[in-house]
Design a protein around this ligand. Structure first.
Ligand SMILES: O=C(O)CCC(=O)C(=O)O
Ligand SMILES: [Fe+2]
Length: 285
């Protein structure tokens, strides 16, 4: 099957073609001693306010380098967030957010998403609560502030924040595009890296003459994908032999109820909340 056909099949389903069952067992809380800081509850809405100013991570460099191949429209903000604030933000997000390892059934197999995820936001349609399969979650205050900063710098507005936590080099996201119709025809997505560096690979869906691209994303870097980037290109974070923890924060705009339902299904799912405690993910009872 061609990459293009595969990509089309993914439309609206957000399936990843090279995800493999994740055998890793997640430790349960049991009688493990948990540290005082951070929530130890399964309630995902329980998130402490930060004890440091979020804007201590905001840089002032207005620029973004424009990267162009055919149909590719990327703005690359090197060191969009600066130290030491971005380290505090990484630690805060890892400790405070409710993390999920979403499972889904594909071709009779249960596949676990090869990274930790969580999501906040809702479309702006004003649809009644009954239209939603899950109750949407308000964007936590600290992430609201970050969103506002990203909006000011990118000139776009967003109503969703999706977070990925890649615990080590085995965690990844396979080739895909965020080209679901619920994002509109030319979606703008801003994607921010905190923590360890990872490769960000891109390839054109059909044009073999377009050069595949690969950039290293370091802590604080932000990539803004816009225009025909999602409809024409695929992107991925490949696995690598060694990598520390990396948080990726993406800012998006869902245009309808289907978008909101999709984001909660594939980034929260039906499984338990996990919290990061003492260097590992602990399942909350
Ligand atoms: O981790 C990243 O940089 C990319 C994440 C991504 O592509 C996605 O969540 O759709
Ligand atoms: Fe993506």
């Amino acid at each position: 099957m061609s990459t293009f056909t595969q990509a089309k099949l993914q439309l609206g389903k957000r399936k990843r073609d090279d995800e493999t069952p994740d055998e890793r067992a997640t430790k349960t809380r049991g009688d493990k001693a948990l540290p005082d800081s951070g929530p130890t509850t399964a309630n995902p809405l329980c998130i402490n306010a930060p004890t440091f100013p979020i804007d201590s991570a905001f840089g002032s460099d207005p620029g973004g380098a424009i990267l162009k191949e055919p149909d590719l429209d990327l703005l690359f903000f090197k060191q969009f967030l600066k130290a030491p604030g971005r380290k505090a933000l990484f630690d805060y997000m890892l400790a405070e957010l409710p993390w999920y390892r979403v499972s889904k059934k594909t071709r009779g197999m249960t596949i676990r998403t090869p990274r930790w995820t969580c999501v906040w936001g809702c479309d702006d349609t004003g649809a009644p609560p009954a239209a939603y399969k899950k109750k949407s979650r308000p964007i936590p205050v600290a992430l609201q502030e970050l969103k506002q900063h990203v909006e000011e710098r990118t000139g776009a507005t967003y109503n969703f924040i999706l977070c990925n936590y890649y615990e080590n080099g085995k965690d990844s996201i396979s080739w895909h595009s965020d080209d679901e119709s619920f994002l509109g025809p030319l979606p703008t997505i801003a994607s921010l890296t905190l923590g360890s560096s990872r490769d960000f690979a891109m390839k054109h869906k059909t044009d073999k003459s377009a050069k595949p691209e690969k950039w290293t994303l370091d802590s604080g870097d932000m990539v803004m994908m816009r225009g025909t980037t999602q409809s024409k290109w695929l992107h991925s974070i490949p696995k690598r032999a060694n990598a520390g923890g990396r948080i990726n924060i993406t800012f998006r705009k869902a245009m309808n109820v289907a978008g909101t339902n999709n984001y909660y299904r594939y980034n929260v799912g039906d499984g338990p909340v996990h919290r990061w405690r003492n260097g590992e993910m602990i399942e909350m009872p």
